[in-house]
Ligand binder design. Sequence first.
Ligand code: PGA
Length: 252
Amino acid sequence: MKKKYIIANWKMELTPQQAQQLAQDFAQVTKKNTWAEDRQVIICPSFTDIIPIVALLSHSQIEIGAQDVFWSDYGAYTGSISASSLRHLGCTYVIVGHSERRKYQHETDREIGQKIAAVLQAGLVPILCIGETFAERQGGGKEAALMKQLTEALSDIHLTDKDNILVAYEPVWVIGSGQAVNPQDANQTHQLIRRTLGEFWPTSIVNKIGIIYGGSVNHLNIKDFMYQPNIDGVLVGGASLSVDKFWPIINY
Ligand code: PGA
């Protein structure tokens, strides 16, 4: 059974108290309710909230992810956090190359590729974010932008049958805008992404990769995305910040 991924990206939106309260709220709700077996729910809090949130959700089926990682596992890299540290803290997933990091931390596709290698090496699952800007889309450069991001980050990555990786297609210009792209449009883009992945890895591996959509997903549009054949899940920012908004997304 192929999993459907419902991933919450809490960004830097919450204080430690708010993040723990929200995790507690999810722990309560998951005690009393379940969701369809094919759903994998993942919450990605700030680094500083990982330890208490892993503890608060340890009895639930929710997995924990980090929002970034460093590409080396050890050494004189002040302020950086390694993939093996994240694994020891209880993370199983790591978001890599989110457009906000590309924009504000000037992350390059090459660095993002190195981070993916580090995450896989530590036995975790990278969630690679790619997406075109509005200017790229308007100028007819959407496909080229996506291909470049995929090729530079992934073409040197050797995946085995045991590895797992997710690709999140997030059109940069709709993130946080309240206006998602047309789900059919996203579905077609996901097809193109899977075709491109087929240039790097064998079909048996590529067919198992989850390609998820992100950008203004909410309880009103979730069904339209999840019923598309090539959309394997969603990465949710704003609408993951309360149980009231996120629970209907999990239970679309
Ligand atoms: P949004 O964010 O759901 O608030 O648009 C998505 C993301 O940045 O991953």
